[in-house]
Design a protein around this ligand. Structure first.
Ligand SMILES: [Zn+2]
Length: 178
């Protein structure tokens, strides 16, 4: 799921101009610029988005940085400039940026949009998981409409119903506030 980062905040000084390709991604990751406008909107500063093509690469990296913790769907260090998304989240979000209508895939988009929003909120500097996930629930509707072709009204309602179910299925650390 959305996560986290108990990684030490090694965030180098945040650049104030759009971030460029200078960053070196972890092995197996590629930059996904199509998701950066949404992430930047939520983070309130320019940020980069990274994905792996396969779960082999994702799981390997997650185990390296998180040890035996459950493998999350996303990762970001509080205050940093980069967020990382698992393949399914990445693929579903990318599909939503390219298609005219997401009506048929709303339930499959709820988790990925929530995850992207959650990780981008960490990039604002928020480290607390419950605070972050609540903020993600409050913010993701606007993100869905603005960047992922979800229309207001019935579509947004359906998306948020699925998102709340996703949120509530999360571990306690995410759900203690809302
Ligand atoms: Zn988190």
């Amino acid at each position: 799921m959305r996560w986290l980062a108990m990684l030490a905040a090694t965030a180098a000084a945040a650049a104030s101009t759009p971030l460029d390709a200078a960053a070196t991604p972890p092995t197996g990751f590629h930059r996904v610029r199509a998701l950066e406008p949404a992430a930047t909107y939520v983070a309130r500063k320019p940020v980069r988005a990274w994905c792996t093509k396969t779960y082999l690469g994702w799981d390997a990296y997650m185990h390296r940085v998180m040890g035996d913790s459950p493998v999350p769907n996303g990762l970001a260090t509080a205050g940093a400039d980069d967020l990382y998304l698992a393949p399914l989240e990445c693929d579903n979000l990318l599909f939503a940026t390219r298609t005219a209508s997401v009506a048929a895939i709303l339930p499959a988009l709820a988790g990925p949009i929530e995850t992207l929003t959650h990780e981008a909120i960490h990039l604002r500097g928020e480290a607390d998981e419950a605070v972050t996930d609540c903020a993600a629930m409050r913010t993701m509707g606007a993100v869905a409409v603005r960047y992922f072709h979800v229309t207001r009204g019935a579509e947004l309602k359906k998306l948020m119903t699925a998102a709340w179910a996703y949120h509530r299925s999360g571990r306690a650390v995410y759900t203690t506030i809302c």
